[in-house]
Design a protein. Sequence first.
Length: 382
Amino acid sequence: MEFHTEHSAAHAASAAISDFVTADGQHDYTLLLQPDASLRPGFAAQLDAVLSLFDTLCRTRCAETVPVMLRFWLSDAANQQALLDERTAGCQCAVSVVEQPPLSGCKVAMAAWMQTGVSVTPAADGLWQVDGRGARRLVATRLTAPGADALEQMQRTFDRYAAGLEANGTTLFDGCVRTWLYVSNIDINYAGVVEGRNRVFARHGLTPDTHFVASTGIQGRVADASTCVVMDAWAVAGLPPESVTHLHAPDHMNPTSQYGVSFERGTCVDFADTRQVLISGTASIDNRGRVLHVADIERQTLRMLNNVEALLAEASSSFADVAMATVYLRDIADAATVDRLVRARMPHAPLLLTYAPVCRPAWLVEMECIAAVPPPPAIEKN
């Protein structure tokens, strides 16, 4: 993994960039862009600074790459999302939007996942298809469904997504490898989200005896205040089952099903030229499902990092291979402490801290990340 930092005074923005280069010279870029703290406070100016720098990078350092997915973190979706939608209307890839204020003090942050050697086209039922490098991937963002409460909305959203996967030649059971569930008022609505997902997964054969899906369930909202849950998801069509491995780190954490939740701690996917490691939202938990170090942000952060490190190690990777990490905090006053501790373990990877309470009030901090390493030799030969 190679890391770069770009700062542009002309654009009043900066970008942290990771670049995984395959054995045959293909590139997987992850860009994390944020406006300068000195930029005037208006959202429009900050958004334009980020988009302008992104456009420049697409024509220079990241030339010949194709955006696969963009994600925007907003500080106030109700007042910002309409302008964002206007500015990104011409994007030829999936665009994710969530209100989770960046703890850099800016109103917006942007991540871009970009690759060489692929094409991105609209697919059935609102998904985007990514073809090339021996795989067909499907990206879904901003999935919602109407419903009276979080439980009903979650069930209908997953049903909508499952139907979309089937329309594109795969299934929830066989294809889905990663979801993000953004839950408004998580202390109230998370229980309904969990129950809705449990019911859908059971209907589709995802059980403790088969497998679940790597996931992050975290507080986040969109402009529509009636929306309780929004989902982003990644799927891969046609991969043989042996190319997908679920990560457990049993000495550090227990199976999620033991406390009634249905997600994998992490998943690694072996493509022809890359092993992609997807680490779910991970907090300070032990192998009996207990929250460790209640009310102690430093010790919770260190335990969280140890848990993530153990999951990465199961996939023959480490913090040095992390392409990007996102850290979620319940208390914005903890930002400086958490930033210092996380950067000590991952000094180079793009890192974003946001205000986003975790699903248990006692958890002060949670982290997810994506890593990339070369595939195992047997996969590479195929």
